[in-house]
Design a protein around this ligand. Structure first.
Ligand code: COA
Length: 382
């Protein structure tokens, strides 16, 4: 396999972008990535998107979007893995370059969620219909069950859950692309309106529009596009049972552990080698479970890590310096690529007020549904 580098990035702001269509968002982010690398052609494009069909009635996205970009004829594929579609698109692009099939490849994610669709219903189509959705459960409901299980097994408290949101809003307040740029207090989180007990409004990622894109090429060619490339050192993908009830332990994310083990093995690194991470905090409890499954902390200590500042900017291992899904926003198909962009910026020393000092190795973790799929990538400053 060839070594692969990320050489440039482009991203729209995330939020309720009423004046932009799905195609506008994709083109804006992709053109920025191409312009930053001074690249005027690509060999292939991978589009991460969860459900253009259900959100805006548009399927068959890959040919439509590359045509809009001015690349008619280029090999293009849509990649879908629910909220992990962006991470899965990056993996497809990475494998394409690593295998030697393609040289210059664009991996872009896009979602337009605020366009009148029944968002909760569309998102629920990524859960097990027969075992879960037919009985009325939604994603906030599924993650509320995960939270309850975690609280019972490990003594995780409502303050622990709220501390994740407080931290990520504090980080997001420093991010000009974030949907919510205001800090929130523990009290505000704990008194926000109840969504699915124990999860409240300020424990949830929002409904968002947005797009993000990165350009990949062989490491040997990276200097043609940038003087500060970032190497993709490993990629790990794994799956678990779709239905929560069929898992060995609802409070433990098997697919995250498995995808991380594969990535750590490929990189030849242990979790202690990671300097900064972007993880899938679609609900506050998700960040807690994910950092445990990534072996950043012992099982049961995820909440404490946020409460004590261990995972905050300035802490032992900053998690979600971008503001995470909670504050930056979660346009589902774009999220996995936006995570990569934050790590790309961090490893190039270009993260501004959010910069983690001396960050050399970064990790992204992107998750589908309630954890039935997970993609982990590890990046290295060159
Ligand atoms: N965090 C912080 N503020 C939020 C928010 C969130 N997640 N969602 C909405 N808001 C704010 C809005 O900006 C609005 O503020 P304003 O009154 O100052 O304008 C207010 O709360 C009401 O917004 P509204 O859009 O009416 O909220 P809602 O009740 O329809 O939706 C949720 C709230 C939590 C149900 C929705 O954000 C949601 O479904 N989130 C989860 C998305 C999800 O499941 N993603 C996939 C994960 S697997």
């Amino acid at each position: 396999m060839r070594e692969v580098a990320v050489v440039s990035a482009g991203m729209t702001p995330f939020g309720e972008l009423w004046r932009h269509s799905l195609r506008d968002l994709f083109v804006e982010a992709s053109l920025e990535a191409l312009r930053n690398a001074r690249a005027d052609s690509v060999d292939a494009v991978y589009v991460g998107n969860m459900s253009g069909g259900q959100f805006v009635g548009q399927e068959h996205l890959a040919p439509l979007l590359v045509d809009q970009l001015g690349f008619r004829g280029v090999a293009a594929t849509r990649v879908e893995s629910a909220c992990a579609s962006g991470g899965a698109a990056l993996r497809a692009a990475f494998l394409d370059v690593a295998s030697g099939m393609s040289d210059v490849v664009l991996a872009a994610g896009v979602e337009k969620m605020n366009d009148g669709a029944d968002v909760t219903g569309v998102l629920a189509s990524a859960a097990d219909q027969e075992a879960e959705v037919y009985h009325g459960v939604t994603f906030p409901g599924l993650y509320a069950m995960i939270a309850r299980a975690h609280m019972e097994q490990h003594g995780t408290t409502l303050e622990d859950l709220a501390a994740v949101s407080v931290k990520n809003h504090r980080h997001g307040a420093l991010n000009p692309k974030a949907q919510f740029r205001q800090e929130v207090t523990l009290e505000q989180v704990m008194n926000s309106s109840l969504v699915a007990d124990p999860l409240r409004l300020l424990h949830c990622s929002p409904v968002s529009d947005g797009a993000a894109a990165v350009l990949l090429c062989p490491l040997s060619r990276a200097k043609e596009f940038t003087d500060r490339p970032v190497r993709i050192r490993a990629s790990g993908l794994a799956t678990s049972s779709m239905a929560l009830a069929e898992r060995r332990d609802p409070a433990f994310l098997d697919a995250v552990r498995l995808s991380a083990s594969r990535a750590y093995k490929m990189a030849g690194l242990s979790p202690s080698g990671i300097d900064v991470a972007e993880v899938h905090d679609c609900f506050s409890i998700a960040e807690i479970c994910v950092i445990e499954a990534l072996c950043f902390v012992e099982p049961g200590r995820g909440g404490q890590a946020a409460r004590t500042g261990e995972t905050a900017l300035g802490g032992r291992l900053p998690v979600n310096p971008s503001g995470g899904l909670k504050s930056k926003g979660h346009p589902v198909g774009a999220t996995g690529i936006a995570q990569v962009i934050e790590i790309f910026d961090q490893l190039r020393g270009a993260a501004g007020e959010r910069q983690v000092a001396d960050a050399a190795i970064g990790l992204t973790q992107n998750m589908g549904g309630s954890g039935a799929s997970s993609v982990v990538h590890i990046f290295e400053r060159v």
